[in-house]
Write a protein that binds this ligand. Structure first.
Ligand SMILES: Cc1cc2nc3c(=O)[nH]c(=O)nc-3n(C[C@H](O)[C@H](O)[C@H](O)COP(=O)(O)OP(=O)(O)OC[C@H]3O[C@@H](n4cnc5c(N)ncnc54)[C@H](O)[C@@H]3O)c2cc1C
Length: 1006
């Protein structure tokens, strides 16, 4: 192999690029051609960011606007209700008439729709397989090879995956009927250019298995393989090539495994025409490509790589930021360009085993490949160029002149997924960083466009402002930040859970004592806590408190309170921070225990521990904030201080559904405010509850400040609540128990010196509204997760979905199919979406409500294909439910979803607000007006717009409802701690004999 003279290469690349530009002088891609509607819109969008956002959002919703009424309404909502407000560019093609009469408006609206559909068609080779085949034929006549791709991302159910697979079979059948008639490009014969298969097909792996997820690599690969392999076999039969596209990072490992499995399958090993894509914007791609080439050498299998920069830059960045992950992509555009040049060279150096497809519209990037290949003497047959259909026509023409071997990536399919594809292309083309925009819309200098990206990167780094200093919180602590969500795309994160599950299992069957005043207390009465997926498996034997132990615990708490309340707020906060450190250290074990004791899925269990950590960190900082006495007023001669003290002994009565987060959160709030706690965990999650006691002990909390008191509500519940020494009761659980606690707490007992404060979070009957323009891919995913994640046992779970008439059939049929596709089984296996409900009693309760639901409405889905052993309840969806039905009013706490139909948004909101509860709610809508209306009129504590109703995060989504959903202010919010304290004010007269010292801030005479 020829050694490359790197220094000499750059001038050659620049010269090659200049030549390239010259060969296409005066030409512009059609999307920038201002003589046409698309070009005008793109021009306007690039000049006006607000219009760009509205325009792209409008394009996205357009396929859903099936009536002229909804089309007009959305045009008004997106662009203004007066003719004058609608940018002229949008009116193009509708004549010069004003917006006045209805007829004129109709003409205008029709023109807008047909212009946008025309714009989408520009990027799509056809909507039907026959149109696609016709388009391909034409392209080949013009000298271009093709790679065909069927549009349709995010299938939500297995039926859609089957249909998607059939779509490929259909287009292949269309091609099969005529490909033999096609002459090979340039050289004639059977192959294009003398070496490449004429048929080339791209597949998006995630579209072939609705249950694919990063946490389950093996199961996802298996599911995708099942449908992709028959397509590959068909392609092979026709002597074609298949390329596996690369999607979001979460599918990367799955895609690489799929490729390896297919490439090395005994049946396919001898067939070399299988490609994979790598994205240069990912920081890990150098290593990934190097490993892939290493694998090919080890297996002695020729491979093919298409190298792109990557199409999901914005979403990868936002996702990482939202989850607290390191951003996986480069953030300086030139770094992605550099990576392309570096990795292209790596592949070209290995051309003997790896065929290379350069997919870019960037003339610098392309020129680099041309010159590097030349310097390395890479034969023509070992590399080719690819561009997207409908984009960068001059580039493809220039490439055809210079490099000959040009392949166009041709999506075909319906306009609905086509619009999503269009939005991606529009975003790409109008991005400030886009090479095409800079070259053809902005006419940037050639020198700049062809500059070595290393120089560009260096310049940008030098010009970059120093990063803003990290935000600081109180007392020198960093500002609060949510604990990063677990990222199961990282193999170590998955292995961590597997190991932790094994470790936790080793402790099964142990006896867990009470902890009173720092001492472990064993009782003869014990309760078995069992694994709901395998009831014979005993997680632990938990000692149960009787009346005496309850009184002892309260006495211990009362004693500890007297000292603890005087500890400085900062010192109290430090205990919480230490406890958070311990939870971070043990997060896998704490999560694994939840998987086994209450049946949470891996991600849900991790999220619960993360929330517990957040509560500790947040309340610690909040107490430091509230802990400094505040001066009131500024009259000289008088110092008034406002400060807080803990209320006293706090009974914390925790739920099993967020066994760590909610319990640790309520207890931490009480403790940091200077109170002492007697904690009664749920009998269903007491082993996790014991963990909280151990964590506080390890964190250095003095004995007696946190007492662990598991016990039967019927034996010791009332004793705890009614005891005269209890000042605060923090409760999370059912409405019935919550109301009973309030009633009991209201009665003053002999010896009681203060009114009891009750903070109760009591549940909901949460609704999600599906507007007629909702993005169904998003809405169905959100409803499924909200209704059936953790088996619908969250207080925030969706139990009613209210669907607007025009979209009802489409939504419900897709939802039902998706629900039928969900995998159900032990939560320990991450392949399962849904697991068992928490215990046998819960199972019976859910079954009872399923019968009620079936009597009130029509059962759409009832999944009886569930494991026989274990506390499984059938996932059930029932339609035909109205406001008066019990299933629309009573909380079920299980995987039962009622579907309700509404004529319009007003009726939908009326139904949503028609229960006693007001906890969470959500709406999926792309109508700005309807979202605004929901903001005002959807009366719940936590409302989510275009996202599911669950998954609240400390601070960001401070959580809690009103009406029968609870009393008290939001947990994880700025008012929460105030409930655990009494405010005091001390006013001091500082005047002595007419003299007063001047205090800072005094309103002194000027
Ligand atoms: C034939 C073909 C097949 C394709 N297949 C895939 C595929 O399977 N998977 C896939 O993801 N994409 C695929 N793409 C899309 C491709 O990733 C984008 O079209 C491509 O990124 C645009 O790059 P460019 O070199 O043409 O343009 P350029 O304008 O040079 O580069 C734009 C790209 O730079 C990157 N970028 C933008 N801003 C920044 C920043 N601030 N910091 C770092 N990087 C930044 C992004 O990747 C962006 O797309 C394919 C493209 C083609 C032509």
């Amino acid at each position: 192999m020829a050694a490359i003279d790197t220094a000499a290469l750059n001038p050659k690349i620049i010269a090659r690029g200049k030549e390239f530009f010259q060969s296409i002088a005066g030409e512009a891609p059609s999307i920038f051609n201002k003589g046409w509607w698309t070009g005008k819109v793109m021009d306007w969008a690039m000049k006006n960011e607000d219009f760009k956002v509205q325009m792209f959002r409008f394009v996205d919703v357009l396929p859903y606007l099936t009536t002229s009424e909804s089309l007009s309404r959305h045009i008004e909502e997106y662009f203004g209700d007066k003719d004058a407000n609608i940018p002229d560019v949008l009116k193009w093609g509708a004549g010069k008439t004003g917006f006045g009469g209805g007829l004129v408006a109709m003409v205008l609206n029709k023109a807008i729709r047909s212009n946008i559909e025309g714009m989408a068609r520009q990027f799509i080779i056809g909507e039907k397989a026959s149109e696609a085949v016709k388009g391909i034929r034409q392209l080949r006549k013009d000298g271009f090879a093709f790679v065909i791709d069927l549009l349709g991302e995010a299938p939500l159910n297995e039926k859609e995956c089957d249909e998607y697979m059939q779509g490929y079979m259909e287009v292949l059948a269309g091609i099969q009927s005529e490909y033999k008639k096609w002459d090979g490009l340039d050289t004639g014969g059977e192959l294009d250019w003398g070496h490449a298969p004429k048929i080339n097909v791209a597949v998006k792996p995630s579209a072939f298995f609705s249950q694919a997820k990063a946490v389950d690599v093996a199961g996802s690969v298996e599911g995708i393989y099942r449908r992709v392999e028959p397509i590959y076999r068909k392609i092979k039969e026709m002597g074609g090539f298949m390329c596996i596209d690369m999607e979001q990072l979460k599918y990367k490992e799955i895609t690489i495994e799929l490729y390896k499995r297919l490439r090395s399958a005994p049946e396919h090993r001898d067939y070399p025409h299988l490609g994979i894509v790598f994205q240069c914007y990912l920081k890990c791609t150098d290593v990934d490509v190097s490993e892939m080439i290493g694998w090919a050498r080890k297996e002695n299998l020729p491979i093919s790589i298409r190298l792109v920069k990557g199409a999901y830059w914005d979403s990868e960045t936002v996702l990482a930021k939202q989850n607290g992950w390191e951003v996986p992509v480069y953030t300086i555009k030139a770094e992605s360009d550099m990576a392309h040049e570096r990795i292209a060279r790596m592949i070209l150096e290995n051309h003997d085993i790896c065929h290379f497809a350069c997919a870019s519209h960037n003339i610098r990037t392309i020129s680099n490949v041309i010159e590097t290949a030349k310097a390395l003497n890479v034969p023509d047959s070992r590399y080719e160029f690819q561009v997207l259909y409908g984009m960068a026509e001059p580039v493809r023409k220039g490439l055809r002149n210079v490099a000959k071997r040009v392949r166009l990536y041709c999506p075909y399919g319906d306009l609905i997924p086509g619009m999503a594809y269009l939005v991606r292309r529009l975003l790409e083309n109008t991005a400030n960083e886009s090479f095409l925009r800079q070259s053809f819309a902005e006419g940037a200098e050639l020198e700049r466009l062809l500059e070595n990206p290393i120089a560009t990167r260096d310049r940008e780094v030098a010009a970059k402002k120093a990063p803003a200093p990290a935000k600081m919180g109180p007392a020198g602590y960093p500002a609060f930040a949510n604990h990063a969500n677990v990222d199961f795309t990282v193999p170590a994160a998955r292995a961590g859970m597997v190991n932790a599950l094994a470790k936790v299992r080793k402790d099964f069957g142990k006896v867990y004592p009470l902890v009173i005043g720092g001492k472990e207390v064993k009782t003869s009465e014990m309760l078995d806590s069992y694994n709901p997926a395998k009831p014979a498996e005993i997680i632990g034997k938990v000692c149960q408190a009787g009346v005496k132990e309850t009184q002892d615990a309260l006495a211990a708490a009362k004693k500890a309170f007297l000292e603890w309340r005087n500890v400085e707020p900062l010192e109290r906060a430090k205990v919480l921070f230490k406890a958070a450190d311990i939870m971070r250290r043990d997060i896998n074990e704490l999560s694994a225990l939840q998987v086994l004791e209450v049946g949470k899925q891996w991600d849900q269990a991790h999220a619960d521990v993360a929330e517990a950590i957040d509560f500790l960190e947040y309340y610690g900082r909040e107490m430091i904030r509230l802990g400094s006495p505040r001066r009131m007023g500024n009259a000289p001669g008088e110092v008034n201080q406002y400060f807080y003290q803990g209320k006293g002994v706090t009974a914390v009565i925790g739920p099993w559904n967020f066994p760590l987060a909610i319990s640790a959160g309520m207890a931490a709030a009480a403790i940091v405010c200077g109170n002492a706690v007697v904690y009664k965990p749920s009998g269903l999650s007491s082993v996790i509850g014991f963990g909280i006691a151990s964590i506080f002990k390890e964190a250095g909390l003095p004995d007696g400040v946190f007492n662990f008191l598991p016990g039967k509500g019927s034996v010791m519940g009332d004793v705890l609540v009614e005891h005269p020494d209890v000042s605060v009761i923090a409760f999370t659980g059912s409405m019935e128990v919550g109301l009973r606690i309030q009633e009991k707490a209201a009665k003053v007992q002999p010896g009681q010196v203060q009114c009891k404060k009750v903070i109760a979070e009591m549940g909901g009957k949460n609704a999600i509204i599906i507007d007629d323009d909702a993005d169904l891919d998003e809405a169905i995913t959100g409803v499924l997760y909200s209704a059936f994640g953790f088996q619908g046992q969250k207080c925030s779970a969706c139990s009613r979905v209210i669907v607007l008439d025009p979209i009802y059939e489409r939504f419900v049929s897709r939802l039902a199919e998706a629900a039928k596709s969900i995998k159900i089984g032990p939560s320990e296996d991450p392949a399962n979406y849904m697991g068992p409900v928490v215990d046998k009693a819960a199972q019976q309760n859910v079954l009872k409500y399923i019968d009620i639901a079936a009597g009130e409405g029509k059962v759409l889905v009832k999944r009886t294909d569930i494991p026989a052993d274990g506390c499984y309840a059938p996932l059930t969806i029932v339609e035909g439910i109205n406001k008066g039905h019990r299933i629309a009013q009573e909380e079920v706490f299980g995987p039962v979803l009622a579907v309700m139909r509404a004529k319009n948004i007003d009726e939908a909101l009326d139904i949503a607000n028609s229960t006693r509860f007001a906890l969470t709610g959500a709406i999926y809508s792309r109508s700005p007006k309807h979202l605004e209306k929901a903001r005002k009129e959807f009366r719940v504590g936590n409302l989510y717009l275009n996202k599911g109703s669950t998954g609240a995060m400390v601070e960001r989504h401070a959580f809690g409802g009103f009406n029968m959903s609870g009393v008290g202010s939001k947990s994880g919010g700025p008012d929460y701690l105030l409930q655990f304290m009494d405010p005091r004010l001390v006013s001091e007269n500082t005047i002595r004999r007419g003299f007063a010292p001047v205090e800072e801030g005094d309103d002194w005479v000027a």
